[in-house]
Ligand binder design. Structure first.
Ligand SMILES: Nc1ncnc2c1ncn2[C@@H]1O[C@H](COP(=O)(O)OP(=O)(O)OP(=O)(O)O)[C@@H](O)[C@H]1O
Ligand SMILES: [Mg+2]
Length: 432
């Protein structure tokens, strides 16, 4: 074995704070790729090598995230330091790494589980110290209960202080209110340490990591690339006002020969029931149907405009179910379905929304009717992404109920517009 740790100045700061008995809670937070997980592992490994039979808790929102992501850095260090496989066993099912001298790194899931709201699953755990990876995704209660399990195993004997070490990307939960905000005002509790991570701290990082970050949505780029903590909700918008407005400037290149499409957000009574008739990517007509037979209305529009069933898409959740038998060949859109082409979106609906934003930004979506113009523009302008918790996290939109709270109604027009993008994702091509 060849232990070779060459810390960056920030990692050194974190490492020092670990050895400072007055510091009990340490957070290393900021941009992605700053070397946070690396130094966390270095501390865990060195302590396991130094002392027999200590117990370190390694926690994250889900065990799957520890096994898939956090473990990658472990294997990297095993490789760098040439740690012989005979020195440890890794049990990926139960989630622990046990060392030859009896020391153990045990994994914990901090995710809130309705079946275990008080985290009784931590009940018997007695730990020397603990680490939380990616604390931005963690519930306050999970963190607080995890903390009560620390400092309970051979601390005095080995002179190891009760510590909670955490890493994170910028976020808005307790890491913001308990660490970043007081730190930025110079009012951080004396028993806490906050080390601010920046990508530029880490000279060990490859160019491909930087490139992956550069392709993120703008708001996430400033958080994850620059380590910016104050999340700018304006930057979370997928579209600028001018880009939304430009849909109404119909250009002469509008294609009157384009195929007709129908996209629909179906509802009985409570929400608006919206039908959109498209020619190619140009909206010809928007219908806000208020009757109580939306299924018949959809069939009527199909017949009136002779739209091929294979170019009709409707919301299949809830009341849309009703249409299945009546509209053979049409696409019954599943909001919560798997994204196409295994792309990294939370679900199919998020994927079509991102696609809609791309098409609008590129000037391909046009609107030839002024019906419901104000509502439509407001809904499209409110399309916002949620801050990513980690660089490899799934892209998510701000939740429909939160959008509804801002605009005072459900965004049914933009939903119906987004469904149309299903055909663009499927790369439907005009037959020659
Ligand atoms: N002191 C170091 N010595 C050698 N390599 C390092 C060191 N610190 C970081 N690295 C390298 O930089 C890479 C990124 O570091 P790390 O994964 O710790 O960043 P991170 O801040 O946890 O990023 P993320 O926000 O994506 O979780 C590591 O995989 C490793 O290759
Ligand atoms: Mg990390």
């Amino acid at each position: 074995m060849n232990i070779d740790f060459n810390p960056t100045p920030r990692q050194d700061e974190f490492f020092e704070a670990f050895h400072d008995p007055s510091k009990r809670e340490l957070l290393y937070g900021g941009s992605a790729g700053g070397g946070k997980s690396y130094v966390l592992w270095v501390i865990m490994l060195l302590k396991c090598f130094e002392h027999p039979e200590i117990r370190i808790g390694l926690a994250r929102n889900t065990l799957v995230d520890i096994k898939r992501n956090t473990m990658v850095t472990f294997w990297e260090i095993v490789n760098n330091w040439k740690i012989p496989k005979s020195m440890f066993t890794y049990n990926s099912i139960e989630g622990y790494i046990k060392w030859w001298n009896g020391s153990i790194i045990q994994f914990y899931e901090l995710r809130y589980l309705p079946s275990d709201p008080n985290y009784d699953r931590f009940g018997g755990a007695l730990l020397t110290f603990g680490c939380i990876e990616e604390a931005a995704g963690v519930e306050l209660k999970g963190k607080d209960i995890f903390k009560t399990r620390l400092g309970r195993w051979r601390n005095k004997e080995f002179g190891i202080n009760n510590k909670l070490l955490m890493t994170c990307n910028p976020g808005s939960n307790f890491i913001y209110t308990e660490f970043y905000l007081p730190w930025s005002k110079g009012e951080l509790d004396p028993y806490k340490t906050f080390v601010r991570a920046k990508l530029s701290d880490n000279p060990h990082l490859g160019e491909d990591y930087r490139e992956a970050l550069a392709s993120l949505p703008p708001a996430d780029r400033s958080r994850l690339l620059e380590g910016e903590w104050d999340f700018d909700t304006d930057k979370a918008r997928l579209l600028k006002y001018d880009e939304v407005n430009a849909m109404y400037e119909v250009h002469p290149d509008y294609d009157p020969e384009g195929k007709l499409y129908l996209s629909a957000d179906i509802a009985f009574q409570s929400d608006k029931c919206i039908f959109i008739l498209w020619q190619g990517l140009t909206i010809i007509e928007i219908i806000n149907y208020e009757g109580d037979e939306p299924d018949k209305e959809l069939l009527r529009l199909r017949d009136k405009h002779a739209v091929s069933p294979s170019r009709i898409v409707y919301d299949a959740d809830g009341v849309g179910q009703f249409l299945k038998g009546k509209l053979r060949g049409a696409i019954a859109f599943k909001n919560n379905g798997q994204p196409l082409k295994k792309e990294n979106y939370e679900n199919l609906k998020t994927q079509v929304y991102f696609k809609l934003a791309d098409k609008i930004r590129e000037g391909e979506v046009k609107i030839k009717t002024n019906n419901l113009k104000d509502d439509l523009m407001q809904e499209v302008y409110e399309i916002k992404s949620q801050p990513l918790e980690t660089i490899d996290g799934k892209l998510k939109l701000v939740k429909k109920k939160d959008v509804a709270r801002i605009i005072g109604r459900s965004p049914d027009i933009s939903d119906a517009m987004a469904y149309r993008m299903y055909f663009e994702l499927k790369e439907y091509r005009k037959p020659f």
